[in-house]
Design a protein around this ligand. Structure first.
Ligand SMILES: [Zn+2]
Length: 327
């Protein structure tokens, strides 16, 4: 058993090294103003089998560990059943498939080949950021305000993580207004290892249709955000881009835990240049844990029982990330 585990670790290490070196060998093609590579070339480097018949929109890549599903002309992909939104669409040209190099580097690789912390540098503490507060109520549904439920959820996540042995701090522990740029700064002052901002969503136009959970991480420099919302005009690099790989891995693990633990619609891992993510001094994500505007989902969000399950899922995602990056 030990031998099998050691062999797997060795093989994963070799594959990681091979996949990283593979970037240097992949031939680049310019599409949509960015560098693309042949999906089959990358699949070979990752020991993935490609299942695609010309004219078919769906493309599957599989190896013994992973199953990736791409759709031609779409930015939406699934990695082991969890939706991840790429920055550029997968493209078909002259019977061949192409994927953007930036997406390989910043979306797929961090999930498939998790980045590692420096040896013996563990994740010890997490800063949770209950969205809104004070004069900023966030979304409102009748008398219910987002700021109240983000604080309740943060306290519930804190309980689970504390039980698991982590130190947990909050950017606010009452109904106070904390300016957006101050929130990641608080994580820095508290010497937290991770920053997780907690929110609930709302859709005014389609209250009955729109529901589900999504997790945002900072858009890599030069890439497109999933929605233009929240993006400053200058799309250059921010301090938080130092953690692009870890940001993506943390977002993916939290989204995976929510989608697998709860009967919640998978809106996917998305990328945005939100103020709380731009200059975070540690790996950071923003969780939109459900829609307060959806009649059925809001009932769940407002119930302590469901929020405990949600808190467990968010904590499970953080703990899965911790296990993956530590060595
Ligand atoms: Zn919010």
């Amino acid at each position: 058993m030990k031998l099998a585990a050691a062999a797997l670790v060795l093989l994963t290490g070799l594959l990681t090294a091979y996949a990283q070196s593979a970037f240097g060998k992949l031939e680049l093609t310019r599409l949509f103003g960015t560098d693309y590579v042949l999906l089959t070339d990358w699949a070979r480097a990752c020991h993935c089998q490609v299942l695609w018949s010309r004219g078919n929109e769906e493309v599957q890549l599989t190896n013994p560990w992973s199953r990736l599903v791409f759709t031609v002309d779409s930015q939406k992909t699934t990695i082991n059943g969890v939706v991840v939104h790429l920055s550029a669409p997968v493209a078909a040209r002259h019977g061949a498939l192409f994927i953007s190099l930036l997406d390989l580097q910043t979306a797929l690789h961090p999930v498939l080949f998790p980045p590692k912390n420096t040896v013996r540098v563990p994740i010890l503490s997490v800063c949770l950021d209950p969205g809104h507060g004070g004069k900023d109520p966030g979304n409102q549904e009748g008398r219910r305000k987002e700021k109240e439920y983000t604080l309740l959820l943060a306290r519930e996540v804190r309980e689970v993580l504390t039980d698991a042995g982590l130190m947990v701090t909050l950017t606010r522990n009452g109904d106070s207004f904390v300016p957006l740029p101050d929130r990641p700064e608080i994580a820095g002052r508290q010497e937290a290892d991770l920053f997780v901002s907690l929110h609930f969503n709302a859709s005014l136009a389609e209250k009955n249709q729109v529901q589900g959970a999504e997790v945002y991480c900072l858009t890599p420099a030069g890439a497109n955000s999933t929605h233009a919302r929240g993006d400053p005009a200058d799309a250059g690099a921010f301090a938080g881009n130092k953690f692009d790989s870890k940001n993506m891995l943390l977002a993916y693990q939290i989204q995976k835990a929510m989608v697998r633990n709860l009967a919640v619609e998978d809106r996917g891992v998305k990328r945005a240049r939100f103020a709380v993510l731009r200059n975070a001094p540690v790996p950071a994500v923003l969780v939109e844990a459900g829609f307060m505007s959806h009649p059925a989902e809001s009932k769940k969000i407002f119930s302590a029982d469901y929020r405990r399950q949600l808190a467990q899922a968010v904590a499970d995602g953080i703990l899965a990330y911790k296990r993956l990056v530590e060595r």
